[in-house]
Design a protein. Structure first.
Length: 149
């Protein structure tokens, strides 16, 4: 689904996907028990962040996402604007940099693969430095063998 969504994003007028990270699996943040696939992309566009977000949300909807408020539930697709080359942005419904990206390994690890020297405009730390500040999570139990770490 991520690869198909990236291909669809690339076909959007005025949008160019310049780099894509490897896809990585991560544990959920909320009560869900399923793992998630995550990736990061560098996207070039003259669109404003709200206009780009509208395109991303339209893509989510095309791929079956139905928004139900701020739920922790499973999503078919979740596309976010994490950073923007022109610095911070704030408007109703959108804050860039993403408010919690510094705390989320599932965001930082893929981003580090394609933009390790990109700087957070608020802390001036690189993606690599932000990722290094996070502690490594414990491995998830392997459900196939029924044993935990």
């Amino acid at each position: 689904m991520l690869r198909a969504a990236l291909a669809a994003l690339e076909s959007e007028p005025g949008v160019r996907v310049e780099a894509v990270s490897p896809i990585v699996a991560s544990a959920p943040l909320g009560p869900s028990r399923r793992r998630y696939a995550n990736a990061a992309a560098v996207v070039a566009s003259a669109l404003t962040p709200p206009a780009l977000l509208a395109r991303l949300q339209a893509l989510e909807q095309r791929f079956g996402r139905r928004r139900r408020g701020r739920a922790w539930g499973a999503r078919t697709l979740d596309l976010d604007i994490v950073l923007w080359s022109q610095g911070p942005w704030s408007s109703p419904g959108l804050t860039v940099p993403h408010l919690r990206f510094r705390e989320r390994r599932f965001v930082l690890d893929p981003a580090r693969a394609i933009a390790r020297t990109w700087r957070d405009p608020l802390s001036d730390l690189t993606i690599a430095q932000l990722a290094a500040r996070l502690t490594r999570p414990r491995p998830l139990p392997n459900p196939a063998c029924g044993a935990g770490p």
